[in-house]
Write a protein that binds this ligand. Structure first.
Ligand code: OXD
Ligand code: MN
Length: 595
């Protein structure tokens, strides 16, 4: 093979031979003009930001009102995750399973190498070392992303513990995720997000959108993470983590899975309603939880991320004041609109809709226009440190003990407001049979119900049947099992209006969850699980009629018969990998329904 045109510059940060060799190999393939090590320093951030502004990749927003905030406009064909172009490349197709796209690893490496070949000519390759998880934590994993995107380097600096600290933690070890990303020509025909779990490797080509290119997030922390979790006996989940402290000072930690753009960030940063004076919610994480059994037999969770890559539209001082505070400085906005005064704007922002804006594609926009000014999947990348409700435990290497796990889909019908599983296996069944209406976070039709088990359909890096079995098996190693719940904030009335107010009022449901965890209230047994007894769901001060509450919590047998059919189709797809214990749960429910 020809000698590399560009040599990897020496750095005082590392001389790790495995890392050097891999960077050399990638440079030989992609042929960048320059290679730049990222150290994660403030000075580096300033330098890269200036370069990005000069190149038109970032646009400064109004620096008086939004200090350190910038706007990035992505290519309009590249605004969401591309599930149909995301592949799990395991030697055997069955190991990726029927819910993932699969490519043979040799074929994938060859195909993508053709795209990567010379793809960084004239460009800089940034070496972005990062840690997912607190520094020095036994939960944490190290990754290095090679990217030609300055936007990726700057976002990774917010989303992960990036730079020198990662190389220090890595030392001379060969145990790191190898991520190679090239923006290419942003041609959807040449876009591939390929995972090679057996090599702890990710190759991403042809996109600049966060979920496809910030490789620590969905690719490492969920797809590769879930694969490693099964091998090593832990769980990588699409879950927020929050701590809730009672007026008596007792803190309980809860993890909750919701599909993309279904309010994880809002729930994780929730401010309880005025009836809950003295209660406090603190955010550990808003998107991903890594959970392991601790020495005391409890399940502990960390948030591997260091920032929030959140959906902007709908965020305001009513729905999420803590998110509003989090994005007020040092935030990168992607695909929002801009006011004439250089402020970011989006649908659902506080205040009047401006008469005139520049829309997310840089075009003039006038009030009343049928088109959205901000893209429905426009995003903020904000440092977790900005969050006024940040948990003091966020950097704890041991994580936080999880007492309850909540599964919640976006369902306009069928699924009641809240219920508790009868036991762990039933809880795994509730998670495994979750359905949800699709959102703008992924390309494709919005609002279609699909099965989205544990909100992991797009993120499970191996066979979904094996994943369910892994969840079932975890029971044996956890002495104090978290209680499992299912919620649905999104039920609609016959006029298509949401019945439950959601947002801060979800505290009322969370309070019942806590009461059940602590054994403070009894539940009412139904076909589906335990639900609040009459009067136990606290609706003090809430403007909701008895009838509406009854509708939000109702269980309609006809709807459940349809639901069970859809569950059956899903389980059939998994063939012999569908665990017997879950099939049995479905049969038992069917018997209860028909009994
Ligand atoms: C995300 C997603 O960006 O789930 O978190 O799409
Ligand atoms: Mn997510």
């Amino acid at each position: 093979m020809a000698a590399p045109d560009v040599t990897v510059p020496k750095t005082s940060m590392t001389s790790n031979p495995h890392l050097m060799k891999w960077i050399e190999d990638c440079a030989r393939l992609a042929k960048p003009d320059r290679i730049v090590w990222c150290d994660g320093s403030e000075a580096e951030k300033e330098r890269l930001t200036k370069e990005a502004v000069d190149a038109g990749i970032l646009m400064p927003l109004n620096q008086q009102k939004w200090p350190g905030c910038y706007l990035h406009r992505s290519n309009p064909n590249d605004v969401a995750r591309v599930e149909h172009l995301t592949f799990i490349c395991t030697p055997n197709k069955v190991d990726a399973g029927p819910t993932n796209n699969w490519m043979d690893p040799d074929e994938a490496y060859t195909k993508l190498a053709n795209h990567f070949d010379g793809s960084m000519k004239g460009r800089t390759m940034y070496v972005v070392p990062y840690v997912m998880g607190p520094i020095g934590s036994p939960f944490s994993k190290i990754g290095v992303e090679l990217t030609d995107s300055i936007y990726v380097a700057l976002n990774m600096r917010i989303m992960a513990r990036m730079g020198r600290q990662a190389l220090e933690m890595l030392g001379s070890s060969n145990d790191f995720n190898r991520g190679l990303h090239c923006t290419g020509d942003i041609n959807p025909e040449r876009r591939f997000i390929c995972h090679f779990p057996q090599d702890n490797t990710i190759w991403s080509f042809g996109s600049g959108y966060g979920g496809n290119v910030l490789l620590g997030k969905k690719c490492l922390a969920l797809r590769i993470g879930s694969y490693l979790g099964r091998e090593e006996g832990w769980l990588a989940e699409h879950m927020l983590i929050l701590g809730v402290t009672s007026p008596q000072g007792e803190t309980t930690y809860v993890a909750a899975a919701f599909p993309s753009a279904c309010g994880k960030t809002n729930f994780a940063m929730m401010i309880p309603p005025k009836e809950y004076t003295g209660w406090k919610i603190e955010t550990v994480g808003d998107d991903i939880a890594w959970m392991r059994v601790g020495p005391d037999g409890q399940l502990y969770a960390i948030n591997p991320e260091a920032g929030y890559f959140g959906v902007v539209p709908g965020t305001n001082n009513k729905t999420n004041p803590n998110a509003m505070a989090s994005i007020r400085k040092d935030t990168i906005f992607t695909n929002v609109a801009v006011t004439e005064d250089g402020e970011p704007w989006w649908e659902g922002k506080d205040g009047e809709v401006p008469e005139r804006l520049t829309d997310w594609q840089g075009r003039p926009w006038v009030k009343g226009s049928a088109e959205k000014a901000a893209h429905p999947n426009s995003r903020f990348t904000a440092p977790a440190a900005n969050n006024p409700a940040l948990s003091p435990k966020v950097n704890d290497p041991q994580g936080v003990p999880i007492s309850a796990i909540i599964f919640g889909g976006r369902r306009s019908n069928t699924v009641p407001l809240v219920l508790q599983a009868f036991n762990w296996t039933h809880g795994v069944f509730l998670g495994a049979t979750m359905g949800s209406e699709t959102t703008a976070a992924a390309t494709g039709k919005v609002g279609v119900v699909r099965r989205d088990p544990m909100a992991m359909l797009p993120f499970c890096g191996y066979n979904m049947g094996d994943y369910f079995q892994h969840w079932l098996d975890m029971q044996k190693s956890i002495d104090k099992l978290p209680k499992i719940f299912q919620v649905n904030w999104f039920r609609q009335d016959s006029n298509g209006k949401f019945i439950w107010p959601g947002f801060g009022d979800n505290m009322r449901v969370l309070k019942w969850v806590l009461d059940r965890v602590a054994g403070r209230v009894a539940g009412k047994e139904t076909l589906l699980g335990w639900v609040p007894k009459q009067g136990d769901l606290d609706v003090r001060g809430l403007d909701i009629s008895k009838e509406a509450l009854a509708e939000a919590t109702s269980i309609k047998e006809e709807e459940w018969k349809t639901e069970l059919k859809s569950q059956e189709t899903f389980f059939e797809q998994l063939g012999s990998k569908a665990p017997e214990a879950l099939l049995l749960q479905r049969k038992l429910l069917l018997a209860r329904l028909e009994g």
